[in-house]
Design a protein around this ligand. Structure first.
Ligand code: QAP
Ligand code: CO
Length: 176
């Protein structure tokens, strides 16, 4: 057990590290548990609902998701810790306005599968199989894209992507 909070730096677009492909976790050890704990503190501090390890510079197939419940509270009991995930089934289609801690301040509509089946391991190396839909399905697909080196802005139409690049350049120039 660690005593103090560790807040990691978020890798922000257009940092090329976000394009790297992550590799599987082989050891479900204390080092993994410390990383998961640090990722959780980082995500909550930065007001996120999902975070992949690559967003803190670690190219491992690790992601966390913590959505708000029906009372609009984000509680740790609902936290999903997802290691080495694989999607085994995709169904339907849905559009949702997404954002990303690595693309702060930008939100746009993205089309994804409506429901998925995902297989992964928890922090102890136990295999989990889950059917997801709604926001959990969207979040899982968004975070799994990070593991392949992809960002939601790559799924925008040509014109929307141009609009994004223009806004982002302006924002960088303004020193934000
Ligand atoms: C991914 O996104 C996601 O721009 C998680 O200034 C997105 O946590 C899952 C955030 C949409 C499901 C639906 C974004 C925080 C957080 C920002 C996030 C910002 C501060 C994004
Ligand atoms: Co993201």
């Amino acid at each position: 057990m660690r005593r103090h909070k560790v807040i990691l730096d978020i890798v922000v677009y257009p940092d090329k590290r976000l394009r790297n492909k992550s590799t599987n976790v082989l050891e479900f050890d204390e080092k993994l548990h410390n990383l998961l704990d640090d990722m959780y503190e980082t995500m909550i501090t930065k007001e996120g609902i999902g975070l992949a390890a690559i967003q803190v510079g670690i190219t491992k197939n690790i992601l966390i998701i913590n959505l708000a419940n029906e009372d609009e509270k984000q509680i740790k009991e609902d936290l999903l810790e997802v290691i080495n995930p694989k999607i085994t089934h995709l169904e339907g289609s849905e559009i949702y306005q997404e954002g990303c801690l690595s693309v702060p301040g930008y939100y746009d509509d993205v089309q994804r599968a409506k429901s998925i089946t995902v297989e992964y391991f928890d922090r102890y190396g136990q295999k989990i199989i889950k059917d997801l839909d709604g926001l959990l399905s969207i979040a899982m697909q968004h975070e799994m894209d990070h593991l392949k080196g992809h960002l939601f802005i790559e799924k925008l139409s040509y014109l929307k992507r141009k609009k994004f690049e223009k806004e982002w350049k302006k924002k960088l120039k303004a020193g934000k």
